[in-house]
Design a protein around this ligand. Structure first.
Ligand code: A3P
Length: 290
């Protein structure tokens, strides 16, 4: 059941089912203690979902083994795709504080999140690794038409012609808005470089204090290898008819700089030129390697 290519809404390519459910999504009623995890796809969303869930549960490993991450931290605009009961209903039944994931662009976010002044954690990842990760994800995500070629995907990504739209617009819009809202803006590369430092930032933002040994436990259980081996974090509970992980694992490599194995020299030059023009007027900076 292929749901892409989808439809453009306010300049952003979205799944058809998301557009069809748009009234429900945009009228979503937030609660003041909702915590949002917002990313452009493949920025380390699942990693942050696991970190926040573990922090809120005081590092309780048992809790995180009870249900898959997409159930513990649901995807705001996802459930309609699964033809389940409306995702909005599922979310309204959740106990507070709810942690909710979304890939929506800043200008598409339900207004209620701003009215309720919810806390928002944004994770950004450098565009080259995001593109490579998204390419492999789209190969194994059977809800979408598989990319015809790496070169075609490379062009589509730069033009924002992929689900959830332009990477450039996404990361920039949230960056420009970060000081006007209760937002913690983090980077995948920083998380890889020093997970403890970034996890402590998240704890501070969530006003949560935990003993050192619990923090160490959270670092350990949210490491790439632990999450890759954890059926509640690696999406192996998703049917193979949706995520065909024999094509490419959801927990694929989890490194910074894998783009070097994919970009040709010519592609890299073309990308850098395009990137320079697109990002010229922002203070937002990315590290392509660490
Ligand atoms: P790769 O495809 O480069 O391996 P998202 O959760 O936003 O869909 O992002 C998925 C990407 O984050 C994948 O990148 C995945 O391997 C990586 N990832 C998931 N958990 C991680 C972890 N604990 N540490 C590092 N990277 C992780």
């Amino acid at each position: 059941q292929v749901v892409s290519p989808g439809q453009i809404l306010e300049g952003v390519l979205l799944f058809q089912a998301v557009v069809e459910n748009w009234e429900n999504i945009s009228n979503f009623q937030a609660r003041p203690d909702d915590i949002l995890i917002v990313t452009y796809p493949k920025a380390g969303t699942t990693w942050m979902q696991e970190i926040v869930d573990m922090i809120l549960n005081d590092g309780d490993v048992e809790i995180r083994m009870r249900a898959p991450i997409h159930v513990r931290v649901p995807f705001l605009e996802w459930p309609p795709l699964m033809n389940e009961e409306s995702g909005i209903n599922m979310l309204s039944k959740m106990a507070s504080p709810r942690v909710i994931k979304t890939h929506l662009s800043f200008h598409l976010m339900p207004k209620s999140f701003w009215e309720q002044n919810c806390k928002l954690i944004y994770v950004a990842r450098n565009p080259k690794d995001s593109m490579v990760s998204y390419y492999h994800f789209d190969r194994m995500n059977l809800l979408k038409t598989a990319p015809e070629s790496w070169e075609g995907y490379f062009q589509d990504f730069m033009q924002g012609n992929v689900t959830f739209g332009s990477w450039y617009d996404h990361v920039r819009e949230f960056w420009e808005a970060r000081k006007k809202h209760r937002m913690l803006y983090l980077f995948y590369e920083d998380m890889k470089e020093d997970p403890k430092r970034e996890i402590l930032k998240v704890m501070k933002f969530l006003e949560k204090e935990l003993p050192d040994d619990v923090v160490d436990k959270i670092i350990h259980h949210t490491s790439f290898q632990m999450m890759k081996d954890n059926p509640m974090a690696n999406y192996s509970s998703f049917p193979e008819t949706i995520f065909k992980q024999s094509i490419s694992s959801f927990m694929r490599k989890g490194v910074v700089g894998d783009w070097k194995k994919h970009f040709t020299v010519a592609q890299n030059e073309a990308f850098d030129e395009h990137y320079g023009a697109k990002m010229a007027r922002t203070s937002l900076r990315f590290r392509m390697e660490i």
